[in-house]
Structures are given as structure tokens and as C-alpha cells.
Design a binder for this molecule. Structure first.
Ligand code: C2G
Length: 734
């Protein structure tokens, strides 16, 4: 096989680069060079990459600095400079362009080289898929096919159009170096976003007849879920972007007009289709004034028939908008655009009441006076009267009940609530009204995405657990429903005035994972754990047993697992399959014990427990899990933060982590080494779990020291007075 030079422009994201380089090395190509063109200054390329067999590291800073070249004074230099530089260094028979955050699937590149050698082709390519995930989590069913090529076919006609359909890019093109040099291709260094458009147009025009595609060769284009720290080029906002686009479009059209070759019609067709889509996306915010006129002129150059065909592919209002832009009637176009926007964003405007309430909120509630003495409280999205908000509320109510008016968000009425606060359901009209007017907002999850905090509102975020599972910006892949998680998290946490932390460990994690200012974190311990230190703990435990019908004198084994990010029906509705063998547990321990089952509040499944009435007690619908801890003699959990709280009781803990490998590698990742740091054994099968329960005394003894260390690290602040400390900090001891 011939030699290949892979050109990888790199700006940031060392972990992405590592995976990218690994996927190239895995091709099994011996005659290969990987040119990492570093636009970062050469500081953060991982050791493993530098040591990789075929890697050559070129640092642009040194490159241009050494030559004293002032031609491109801006830093970073940009992807075009990186690609041009890579080509200068390349010594292979073929050039291949791959971005540092993307990767190759299987033998993608090896297949292309084989095909190019066989067919003596000038350009070959394959399919492109887009994904949110790392190679370890990649699956075809969760990826989008950007191109749909079947088998090995000549790259011409509709296949060519198909390749250019979504992206006019040089990624995943294997190009004969001789051809590249003969055409004197060069990426436009003054175009940040679209430097490859004219190059690709000329490349395909000139190589017509000598181009092939292999559908089995797959390039994985990785979408970025962290536009805050790691925005991809396409996620970066630049007001000059629409200017650069039209420059690139015109340059590409000019090349094709001069020498389009036999594929000219297809190439122009793909370019025009792209122009139409881009215009619709960026008008009127980025395409306005003189620039709009330039777009109109280019749209007018498209033949009526072709324009009509393309326009048919849009929806009615978009068709109107594009037609108006083409005619130069920008007012009408803007009106149609506005309607498209409303239709897109508020599809439910006639369905979901919250759309109306938000409207009212903006027009009326936000303008009303803030009520200094109103305290709004919410726990787990209004699902229960529980957690730290409950204990903060009860403390405030007992101490300063006469000074404040309290409002609780509760989706179902419950008799557990102390006092007589006003009650409202989440997302109801009253919810919107109270949250707009209350001075204090106490919450243990994230606020609704539509909520806009007023300047005067004091937002107290208690959060809901010491983290074991990685959070927000510490997550690599997001397996939960929405990929907007990080972006949303960032903007929402900016609205928090106080964040309650249970220990130093949580403070450190929150600061990093939430990008949250340390001075706003109050390390007070968890108000929800105050009850665990209550002098009435015994009486409360008896009360809870009565409420749940648990017989006195029986040992209570609590089983409180967490949810799995990748198993869901829809947002906040997760699946859970019970792996714990309840029947066997009953046979083994039914004589003197009962099992208290408590699923996570995200779990939508109702578990099948029939025939187990005398052994399994379902506490999943019980409001306050802290009260359940008090009746439990043993706690079995998995990756739930439940154990950080339960450890305050110093009672035995077991970890039933039947899917540990998947969970720690793929699903979430963790902050602690479960095998080394947890205050109890981690077991993976029912056999192991039953064995640990049978020998509980020995297990407890074995883990005693570790339990103490754990307690000192995570539970040392909790002492029954956390609510008081939070109230002191927030309400100034009023
Ligand atoms: N919880 C519960 N019952 C369960 C699991 C959890 O009542 N079976 C409650 C506990 O109060 C727990 C909280 O929900 O502390 C958070 O649950 P986790 O299982 O830890 O999961 P998650 O909601 O993802 O929160 O920093 C903490 C993390 O954000 C975890």
C-alpha cells in the first residue's frame, strides 16, 4: 500500500485528540505519518499522542515565530493555516484530512487507501456519521448518517451531490498528493469557517472521472456537548461568519464557472442548496443590510426552475421567507422568519399552558413588586415534601414562622407538610406567579429552563447529594435525554446565589464541575441530615414503621438504587430493571428481616412485587428518604449519593453494583474509586450480596477502619444543625 499523510489540525481538547490518534493508529497502516499541526502552542498534547509511533508534532507558534513571519498576525492561526502547513510537511503519496475531535470507525482509512490504490483514483471518500459520543460509546442507532453511500461506487452525479449535501468539507477525503500539488490547492487563511469550500469545489471538478467512494469507510464527526469550554468551530458565533460564507460560496462558484468539468451541474447544485439553507438559518440576524443584498444577488443567479425544486424541500413558511429574500423583500421575509421562529420554539403554544403563563410572567408578574417576606420552596421538581428544602423550611417555620409567608411547590397534596403554606403545582400559573414575586427561592434541583431570576431574588440551591457520579462539566458523554445539559447547567447555575455543600469534597467538585464561584458555596453540611442526629430519632423510626406497616422487631434492609442515564422512556422518566433477586432474599432472610425497596424519583417503572407482601415493603412513593434511613438497619445501594447520608448513622452499607464496568467506563464515570474508598463491599452478583449479608458482622469488622475514614471525610460537618447554619448564612439569622 502507498504511504499516507494524515493531517490533523489541533487547537484544544487533549482527550479528543488522544482518541482521534488512536483510531488512526488502529488502521494497521504501516506506511503512515500523522501530522498533528498544533495551533495551541504545544503545551497540552498528551504524552501518549507524542509517543505514538507515527506522530509528528508541528507547532505553528514555533513554525511562524522562527521564520519571523508576520503574515498571519492573529492567534490562533486557524484551521486553514494548520492544514496548509500540514500539507507542506507531508511526504506521503496520499493526503488525508481528519479533525482532532473526530475519529475513524473500524478500518475506515485503510479501506480508502486500498480503494485509491486499486482504482488509481485522485480522490476517494466514504460515509460520514455524526455523534455526540466517544468511540467507546459509539453506536450506529444513536448516530446520524450525514451521507448515505452504498458499497463501492464512482464518485459522480447524485453520489457526489450526496457527499456534499450536508457539508462542503475536506474531512474524510483521501487525495492523491501528486494531484493536490499539480492543482496548487491552498486553504484561504483569512476565512476562519469556510476555508475548504473553494478547495473542495475545485478538487472535485478537476478530478472528475477519477473519484470513488466506499460506503463501508466511516468517518465519525463528533458533536460537542460543551459549547462553554470546548465550542466546535460550527458552534462559535462570529458576526463575520455570514460574510465568510458568501465569500467562500462566490469563490467556489467562480472556480466552477471557469472550469467546472463534467460534474459542474452537480457541484453547483450542492453549493446552491447549501446557500439556501444557510440563508434561512442566518437571516435576518446575521444577514442584513448590504450583506443581505449580496445574498439576494446570489440567490437570483440560481435558475428559477432549480430554485423552485430546492424550495419545495422546505416547509411552507420557510419557502415564503426564502422567496422574499430572493426578491429583496426583506420586510416580508423577516415577518415570515418570525413566524417560523414562533412555530419552531413554541410548537406547543396552543397546547401547553406554561406557554401562556410565561407570556403573562414577562408582561405582568416580572413587573410587580418583589415580596420581601415570601419564601418559595421546592424539592425534587415538586414530587415530594422532602430533602434539604423541607428541613430548611421547617427550621424557618419554627423559628420565624410569623415573619414569612411560605409557598411550597407540590404536585400532589400531602398531609406531611408542617404548618399551612400555600401550595402550587410545578409549571402552573400560580407557580409562575409565586416564583416571580418571592424574594427567596429554595430548591434542590435545577430551576425550570424558562425561569428568569430577578435581580432581587435570592436563590438558594441546596443540591441533592454528595457526588459520586460525575456531574455536569466533568462528564464526557451525556447519555441522558438532552445533550444541552452542560450549556443549560451553565446558564442556570449562574442564577444561584448560594449553593449548599455537605463537605469539602463536594465544594471542590461543585466549583469545578458546575464552574461555580467558590465564595458562593456554603459548606454547612446537609439540612436533610439533621434528622439523623435528632434526639427523637427512635420515636420517628417507630412512626415510619407504622406508616409503612413494617412489623416491629424485624431487621430492615433498605435497597435504594439510583437511575441509569442511558435507560429512559422520555425526559425525567427512566426505566429500571430489578436485578436483585427478591425471591431468594426472602428465602434467605425472610425469617427475621424485611426489605424496604426505594427506587429513585426518576424511575417511572412500577416494579412487580406481587407475592412478596410479607417481605418487600415498597417505600418508593414515600416522601422523605431521610426518614427511611432511620428505620433501616442496613443499606444496600449502588451509585446513589444515598450512602453519603446513610453513613451518618454508622450502620452497615453494601454496594450492589451489578453493572459497575459499564457504569464507570461508559455511562457516567465516578469521583471515587469504588473498590478502594467506599465504606462497604462492592458486590456484583446476587450470590456475593447474599454472602455478604450472611456474614455481615465479619464484613462490618473488615470495613471498620475504612468506614471511619469515610465518615471523617464526608460526614464530619453534619451534626444536626445544618439548617441553622444555612439560615444564618442566607437570612442573616433573622
Ligand atoms: N434518592 C432517593 N431514593 C433513591 C435514590 C436517591 O430518595 N433510591 C434521593 C436521595 O436523597 C439522594 C438523591 O435522591 O441523595 C439523589 O439521588 P442519586 O441517586 O444520588 O442520583 P441523582 O439524582 O443523579 O443525584 O450530587 C448528587 C448527584 O447529583 C446525584
Amino acid at each position: 500500500m502507498s504511504k499516507v499523510s494524515v493531517i490533523v489540525p489541533y487547537h484544544k481538547g487533549p482527550s479528543y485528540l488522544e482518541e482521534c490518534v488512536k483510531s488512526i493508529e488502529n488502521q494497521g497502516l504501516s506506511d503512515l505519518e500523522i501530522l498533528i499541526v498544533d495551533d495551541r502552542g504545544g503545551h497540552d498534547v498528551p504524552e501518549s499522542v507524542l509517543k505514538a509511533e507515527h506522530v509528528r508534532h508541528i507547532v505553528l507558534e514555533e513554525e511562524f515565530g522562527a521564520k519571523g513571519r508576520q503574515e498571519i498576525p492573529v492567534r490562533p492561526f486557524g484551521v486553514a493555516v494548520a492544514r496548509n502547513t500540514g500539507v507542506r510537511y507531508a511526504s506521503g503519496d496520499y493526503l488525508y484530512f481528519l479533525d482532532a475531535d473526530d475519529y475513524l470507525w473500524g478500518d475506515a482509512l485503510a479501506r480508502l487507501v486500498k480503494l485509491a490504490d486499486e482504482k488509481k483514483a485522485k480522490v476517494v471518500t466514504g460515509n460520514r456519521y455524526s455523534t455526540w459520543f466517544r468511540p467507546i460509546s459509539f453506536t450506529f442507532d444513536k448516530a446520524g448518517a450525514d451521507t448515505k453511500i452504498d458499497g463501492i461506487v464512482p464518485l459522480q452525479g447524485n453520489t457526489l451531490k450526496n457527499v456534499l449535501n450536508r457539508r462542503f468539507t475536506v474531512q474524510h477525503l483521501l487525495i492523491q498528493k501528486e494531484y493536490y500539488d499539480s492543482m496548487k490547492f491552498e486553504f484561504d487563511v483569512y476565512n476562519t469557517f469556510y476555508s475548504d469550500v473553494p478547495v473542495v469545489a475545485r478538487m472535485f471538478a478537476g478530478a472528475a472521472g477519477d473519484m470513488w467512494a466506499d460506503g463501508g469507510s466511516i468517518y465519525v464527526w463528533r458533536r460537542r456537548n460543551d459549547p462553554v469550554h470546548m465550542p466546535a468551530l460550527c458552534q462559535q458565533k462570529g458576526k463575520w461568519r455570514s460574510g465568510e460564507f458568501i465569500e467562500a460560496y462566490e469563490a467556489a462558484c467562480k472556480c466552477l464557472e471557469e472550469d467546472g468539468g463534467p460534474q459542474k451541474a452537480y457541484l453547483l447544485g450542492a453549493l446552491n442548496w447549501w446557500l439556501c439553507r444557510f440563508t434561512l438559518r442566518k437571516f435576518p440576524r446575521q444577514i442584513k443590510g448590504k450583506r443581505a443584498v449580496r445574498y439576494t444577488k446570489n440567490l437570483q443567479k440560481i435558475k428559477d426552475e432549480e430554485f423552485g425544486q430546492m424550495n419545495k424541500r422546505f416547509r411552507f413558511l420557510q419557502r415564503m421567507e426564502l422567496k422574499c429574500i430572493r426578491r429583496g423583500n426583506y420586510r416580508m421575509a423577516a415577518l415570515a422568519g418570525k413566524l417560523v421562529h414562533i412555530w419552531r420554539k413554541k410548537c406547543g403554544i396552543f397546547g401547553k399552558p406554561i406557554q401562556y403563563w410565561r407570556f403573562l410572567d414577562k408582561l405582568v408578574f416580572q413587573k410587580m413588586r418583589i415580596r420581601e417576606d415570601w419564601v418559595f420552596v421546592e424539592s425534587f421538581f415538586g414530587k415530594s415534601y422532602s430533602d434539604s428544602p423541607k428541613y430548611l423550611y421547617e427550621y424557618l417555620y419554627d423559628k420565624y414562622g410569623d415573619q414569612y409567608r411560605f409557598i411550597w411547590c407540590l404536585n400532589r397534596r400531602t398531609r406531611e407538610v408542617k404548618g399551612r403554606p400555600s401550595i402550587c403545582r410545578r409549571h402552573s400559573l400560580r407557580y409562575v406567579y409565586y416564583t416571580a414575586r418571592a424574594k427567596y427561592f429554595i430548591c434542590n434541583t435545577r430551576q425550570p429552563a424558562w425561569f428568569k431570576k430577578r435581580k432581587e431574588t435570592v436563590f438558594v440551591e441546596t443540591w441533592h447529594g454528595t457526588p459520586l457520579k460525575k456531574l455536569a462539566f466533568d462528564l464526557e458523554d451525556i447519555h441522558a435525554v438532552s445533550q444541552d445539559h452542560k450549556k443549560l447547567f451553565y446558564s442556570q447555575s449562574k442564577e444561584w446565589d448560594y449553593l449548599v455543600s455537605a463537605n469539602r469534597f463536594s465544594t471542590d467538585v461543585f466549583e469545578r464541575a458546575f464552574c461555580f464561584p467558590r465564595e458562593k458555596i456554603i459548606e454547612t453540611g446537609y439540612p436533610r441530615n439533621d434528622i439523623l442526629y435528632s434526639e427523637h430519632a427512635g420515636r420517628i423510626a417507630e412512626e415510619v414503621k407504622r406508616e409503612l406497616g413494617i412489623p416491629k422487631g424485624k431487621r430492615v434492609i433498605l435497597y435504594a438504587p439510583t437511575w441509569r442515564d442511558n435507560q429512559f422512556y422520555e425526559k425525567a422518566k427512566y426505566k429500571f430493571t430489578l436485578v436483585l433477586d427478591l425471591e431468594r432474599m426472602r428465602r434467605e432472610f425472610g425469617n427475621d428481616s424485611v426489605l424496604l425497596l426505594r427506587t429513585h424519583y426518576y424511575i417511572a417503572d412500577r416494579l412487580e412485587l406481587s407475592g412478596l407482601d410479607d417481605f418487600v415493603y415498597n417505600g418508593s412513593g414515600y416522601g422523605d428518604v431521610s426518614r427511611l434511613y432511620l428505620v433501616s438497619d442496613i443499606c444496600i445501594t449502588d451509585y446513589s449519593s444515598v450512602f453519603f447520608d446513610f453513613a451518618n448513622l454508622k450502620r452497615p452499607l453494601l454496594f450492589f453494583a451489578y453493572d459497575l464496568e459499564d457504569y464507570k467506563e461508559e455511562i457516567r464515570g465516578m469521583y471515587l474509586d469504588m473498590e478502594k474508598e467506599l465504606p462497604g463491599p462492592v458486590v456484583q452478583t446476587n450470590d456475593e450480596l447474599i454472602d455478604a449479608l450472611r456474614h455481615l458482622d465479619e464484613v462490618t469488622e473488615q470495613y471498620r477502619e475504612r468506614y471511619e475514614r469515610f465518615y471523617d471525610k464526608f460526614c464530619h460537618i453534619d451534626d444536626g444543625n445544618a439548617a441553622e447554619r444555612v439560615v444564618q448564612a442566607v437570612f442573616g439569622g433573622r
